[in-house]
Design a protein around this ligand. Structure first.
Ligand SMILES: [Fe+2]
Length: 308
């Protein structure tokens, strides 16, 4: 096979209202990616900050201006902020669980596909009715897009940020991963939620309380059967976001890359994963982009607000 290069970014949290810095930084990130020889760009969710129509229009404008609205150039999966939104002001904490409960989950997933429909073209689907899971063949590489955003549950997912791949989607993903026509190709899974464990802070500190809450509300349920499925089907790599760090790790014999620190990494660093997929190996470099000072909030430009 010829070598294939992917730029992996995640967790842009674009907003015209709450996080205007992110828009300026996202432009810079995509400019930097555009300067390199990259075959494909992968975005693993939380593109929006608050699941708002304007945020998706801004994202669409960014991708269009970067020449990425093309199934051969861009693949996306959905994140929890793209479905439920998030808490941005202290007073939101009280009302956010009710908002999550009232969110029309399937409508949001379908709208997400609508905003970025070009990226979902030329895919194989486990179900014609749903955008996820999908398989996209790019030469010798196949990308499998998975929706890991769990439905609202008062007990298991009160603020919408936990992950789950339900039974129906799991079955369809298994069918796609086992499809005879995809045998022998390099299989890469795209999913929003992480597979690593949260570090456990020292007991008895306030930090440990927040750590415990975070572990409870940021968790991907059902990891065990996914590990097994990925191993049995020869998945070469899993790309994800959700935790705002960029890094590489292995679990249960599978290689994972987190791109969640693309805009919001430690020290406000911008970075992306630049992945070279060769015939024998997969190599990743984390490309870090220096922050410009001072950071000035910007408003979306007119082209970025135009929904195509
Ligand atoms: Fe997330």
């Amino acid at each position: 096979m010829d070598s294939f290069t992917i730029a992996h970014i995640s967790d842009l949290h674009l907003s015209a209202e709450h996080k205007r810095f992110n828009l300026r930084r996202a432009r810079r990130l995509l400019e930097e990616i555009g300067r390199r020889r990259v075959d494909h760009v992968v975005v693993t969710g939380d593109i929006a900050a608050d699941a708002d129509r304007r945020e998706f229009e801004i994202a669409r404008g960014l991708f269009r201006n970067s020449g990425l609205l093309d199934p051969e150039k861009l693949s996306l999966v959905i994140g929890n902020h793209d479905v439920f939104g998030g808490v941005h002001m202290p007073e939101d904490i009280l009302t956010f669980p009710r908002r999550c409960r009232q969110t029309e989950y399937s409508a949001h997933v379908e709208e997400f596909r609508g905003y970025f429909h070009e990226a979902f073209e030329r895919c194989l689907y486990g179900s014609h009715a749903k955008p996820f899971p999908y398989a996209k063949v790019l030469g010798d590489v196949v990308l499998f897009g998975v929706n890991s955003v769990a439905h609202y549950s008062a007990v298991k997912n009160p603020v919408g940020s936990n992950g789950d791949v339900g039974d129906g989607q799991y079955r369809r993903l298994k069918q796609l991963l086992e499809a005879p026509e995809l045998r022998g190709k390099r299989k890469i899974v795209l999913i929003h939620h992480h597979f690593h464990k949260y570090p456990s802070p020292a007991e008895g500190t306030l930090h440990s309380v927040w750590g415990a809450i975070e572990r409870r509300t940021m968790k991907l349920h059902g990891k065990k059967r996914l590990f097994q499925l990925f191993r049995e089907c020869g998945v070469a790599l899993v790309l994800h976001g959700h935790v705002h760090l960029n890094g590489e790790y292995g679990r249960k014999g599978i290689q994972f890359l987190n791109g969640g620190g693309s805009l919001l990494g430690p020290g406000n660093r911008m970075s992306f994963n630049l992945i070279d997929i060769g015939p024998e190996s997969i190599e990743n470099r984390i490309i870090t982009i220096p922050e410009e000072q001072p950071a000035v909030p910007v408003r979306p430009s007119v082209p970025e607000l135009q929904a195509a």
